[in-house]
Design a protein around this ligand. Sequence first.
Ligand code: ZN
Length: 568
Amino acid sequence: MTTRQGSVWLLCPGCGEMIYGRSFDRADKVCPLCGHHAALNAPQRLAQLLDEGSMRVLDHTIPDSDPLGFADTEPYPERLRKARIRTGLDEAAVCARGAIEGHPVIVAVLDFRFLGGSLSAAVGEAITQAAEQALRERTPLVLVTASGGARMQEGVLALMQMAKTSQALGQLDEAGVLTVTIVTDPTFGGVAASFATLSDVIIAEPGARLGFAGRRVIEQTIRESLPADFQTAEFLLEHGIVDAIRPRHELRSTLARLLSAATRSGAAHAGAREPATALVTDPGELADRHPWETVRAARSLDRPSTLDYIGMLVSEFVELHGDRLGSDCPAVVGGVGYLADVPIVVIGTQKGHTAAELTERGYGMPSPAGYRKAARLMRLAAKLGLPVVTLIDTAGAHPGADAERNGQSVAIAENLRLMAGLPVPTVAVVIGEGGSGGALALAVTNQVLMCSNAVYSVISPEGCASILWKDTEAAPRAAEALRVDARSLLELGVIDGVVPEPHGGSGADHAAAASALREALTGVLHELMPLDAMTIVVDRRARFRRFGMAPNVEDAQDIEDAEQRETA
Ligand SMILES: [Zn+2]
C-alpha cells in the first residue's frame, strides 16, 4: 500500500477500495474497511508500540563489511549504500529501550524496506546485543519480525547469525527473562527458523505469513497448489505455531498484560496467610451419599467449565495456544493472568455446555497436542517463576487413532515427569470429572483439590463395570467399589481438600462456585508461595512417593525427606 507523498486517497490491497490516507495513518496503517494490516517500518513500529516519550534507541557497534566481496548485478556495498539512503537506517534492525504501559522493555524491530529485512551479520549482531542487554538488566525482550530470510550477499556468515541469535535467546530462557515475538508480514527463512519462533509467546498480526520455505518453492517442489491461507497467522494458530493473533491496536495492551505477569511474580510473595479455611479436609463434614449420584452430578453440563472459572477468577487473562509442534488442541486451554493479586499460569480441560460446544472442544478429551501445550505452558511458568493452577474436567484422554499415532502415552507420561519436578507451586482442582491418566497428566501437583460433587477415578464406572462385571448396568456398583467421590478420596489421602459447592451444586450458582474456588486457591497458594523451589519439589515428590508405601517405609521416607530438606 504505497502512495506518493501528499496523496489523499490510496488503494487498499486487501479490499481494493479507496481509503482516505489520513484515517489510514491514524489507524497505524490498518484498512478501516477490511482490516488489512499494511507494513510499518521500524521507526513507525517503535512509535506504535512504545509509550510516548519513553523510547531510547540502542547504539550498536555495527560491522560494516562485505565479507565475501560480493557482487551480483551490482556490488553489495553499493546495494547497502542505496538501502541506507532510501530508508535512513544503518541496517535492517532497529533496537530500542522503552516502556509499554509503563513496563520497561527492550524491543528489536526488523525493517522490511532494508533489503527485505534480511538477516545480515549486522542484524544478527543487533538482535544479539539487544538480547544481551535484556539479560544484563533482566528486562523482557520483544522482537518484531519482518524478513525474507538470511542475506545471501553475506553467504554462510549470514547463516551463522541464526545460531548466534538462537543461543542468545536460550540464555534468556536460562535467566528467566520473558521474550515475546510479534510476527508481521512476511517472516521467512533464517529469521523464522531462529529468534522469531524461540520466544516464550508468539503473537501474529492478522494475515501475517511466517514460514521456513516460501510458498512458490514448496509448490514447485510438491507440484501442488497450496490453499490461500497457507502460512498465514490463522493457519499458524490452527497448527499450534503461534500463541495468538492480535490486531495492531491490541498489541500494546496484550504485551502489557504479559509484561506485568512476567515481572510481578516476586511482588506477590507476601508471606503465609491464614490456611485455606474454605477447604473441607475432614471427610466427616462431607455428605454421605451414593457415589453414583456424585458421578451423575459431576457430569452435569450446567456446571461451570474451565473457561467459565477463568472468566470469573482470572483477571488480565491472555490465552496462549499451541504445542509448537503442529497442533492446537481445543480440549485444553491455558494462559497467563492474575488470581486475586497473584500472577499465575492457569491450564485446564475444557468441555462446554451445549452439544455444539462439546463437539468444538473434542468433548474435553485432550489429544497429545493438548498435553504438550500444557507442558509448554508449565515450562513457561517454571521459567518465569509463576505458580501453576490446573482445572480438570475430563472423561479422559482422547481415545482416537490419531492420538495414538501422535504418542498419547508419551505425552501423558512426559507430563507426569515434568510436573513432578516443576520448581514452582502447583495446585490442581478436579472441578467435574477426573478421568484416569488423562486427568492425572494435569494433576501431579503440590496440592490436589476437588469440588464436592467431582469424581476422580482410574476408569469410568461404566468401563469398569463392563470389564469386571461384564455388564454396564453395574456402573453404580462399580462407582461405589472404585471410591471415586471426594469423601472417599479424602479418606484415601489422594486429595488434600474439598471445595464446597453451593446448595444444588456448582451448576446452580456459578458465582458462588467461583467464589469458593477463589478462596480455596488463594489460601493454598499463599501457603505454598513462601516455600523455596527445593522444598516445593521435595514435598511434591514425597506426596506422590507415599501412595502404596507400607506404613513403616513411610516413616523412613519422612525422615529422608526431612534430611534432604535440611541439606538443601
Ligand atoms: Zn481494505
